[in-house]
Design a protein around this ligand. Sequence first.
Ligand code: UDP
Length: 239
Amino acid sequence: MEKKEQLYEGKAKKVFATDDPDLLIVQYKDDATAFNGLKKGTIAGKGVINNQMSNRLMAMLESEGVPTHFVQELSQRETLVKRVSIVPLEVIVRNIAAGSFSKHYGVEEGMVFDKPTIEFSYKNDALGDPLLNTRHALALRVVTEAEIETIKAYSFRINELLQAFWKSCGVTLVDFKLEFGRLSDGTIVLADEISPDTCRLWDSKTHEKLDKDRFRRDLGGVEEAYAEIMKRLEAKLGG
Ligand code: UDP
């Protein structure tokens, strides 16, 4: 599959056209940002890890009946994906209080919920990705009622599958962010990535953070944490 013109460059990825109008190539970078782009840096090797991890996890989700944009890994940093139009919502599922949830509601990081939570924010950098509820999303006409129901159902199913997978690696899935897209026929599929950039992953025993919070909070050992979490995944799924 030939890589053609660059269509888009985001914070962590570049997107290229191919000779097939229904397929794109995503290329993962080592660039890292946090706090809506205010903090910038590089995490050496992150692009390779995020590419490989996201692809493995999406293949697992597909095998469990969750449709995704994943088609084929092309190289260490490049993947062929289905072209989608992104639904401009960030979907956040949480099992344990952390980050903005702890801050908003004044609860300590690590409080385990009886049931997972879900929240949405409106993908809009200029507005700072404001939180919104289902009715707000319908009012803004960014999704239909049927689409948001599908997105919620997939998100909770993905949580069950990812939680079980990471548990088997000795890792606790604290929370994560998903993005969905529409194929040309309107089908909703999981898009973007699932990686230590978009998930909070803690060692089950020590609660050591093995994700981007090490970068956000200047905890050190950022590259080592990404390498460790990838090693755990490979120990389970093979190298
Ligand atoms: N997250 C993300 N991109 C964002 C915001 C959040 O991938 O723009 C992920 C983040 O890594 C975490 C989860 O979503 O796993 C919940 O993040 P939270 O709302 O607590 O925000 P944060 O404290 O990370 O700003």
